[in-house]
Design a protein around this ligand. Structure first.
Ligand SMILES: [Zn+2]
Length: 198
């Protein structure tokens, strides 16, 4: 089997710029199988001969079909952290990996008809702070913005539920709904019972 030029490039790159928690496999079926078996929550970039970079979950059938030689079919670059692999692709190959259509849910993939674009003009200062934050986190600014919006919406929903419960409690205080007669009777019996005990 010919040595893989992609694997050599990758090794050279990692020697100069080590990336934490990244392993790569070429013509090493046992080593690779071991990795995907032990890290089912991990991620695998499959680098095929034409240089296409495809990101998979470590459990994806495309990268765990051991009836074929998986590490000959393509160089496998593995990490527990998806962001590490994405930043490695940007740094070493100057490209973002594609996400596998088989193992990523529709929601994980942009441009699939289940995401909608929302054009949001930002003040220049907010925009540049977001860019700074994105380069510090080594993640795309759009991903960070989406996460921030999702977190905020989750908090709003939680706050709305809390307010609704508080309003209900205030309204029902002292009414029949405040008192469960059966429950109260049971607790009175319980108290009487414990008083009788020595
Ligand atoms: Zn996949």
């Amino acid at each position: 089997m010919k040595p893989s030029p992609i694997f050599k490039t990758l090794n050279r790159f990692l020697k100069r710029h080590p990336v934490e928690d990244v392993e790569r496999f070429w013509e090493d079926e046992a080593g690779y199988r071991d990795w995907v078996t032990n890290k089912p929550d991990g991620y695998v970039i499959n680098v095929v001969r034409d240089g296409k970079l495809v990101l998979h979950k470590a459990t994806c059938g495309t990268v765990t079909d051991f009836s074929q030689q998986m590490t000959v079919f393509g160089v496998k670059v593995c990490s527990k952290d998806r962001a590490n692999l994405e930043s490695l692709c940007r740094a070493a190959f100057k490209r973002e990996p594609e996400s596998c259509g088989r193992c990523f849910s529709e929601d994980d993939r942009p441009g699939n008809g289940r995401t909608k674009n929302f054009h949001l003009p930002l003040p220049a200062q907010v925009y540049s702070l977001l860019r700074d934050e994105a380069s510090r986190a080594n993640r795309p600014a759009t991903v960070l913005a989406r996460q921030a919006i999702e977190d905020w919406l989750r908090q709003r929903r939680k706050a709305a539920t809390h307010d609704a419960i508080a309003a209900y409690v205030a309204e029902m205080a002292g009414t029949g709904a405040d008192l469960d007669p059966a429950f109260e009777a049971a607790s009175l019996e319980y108290l009487a019972e414990s008083e009788r005990r020595p």
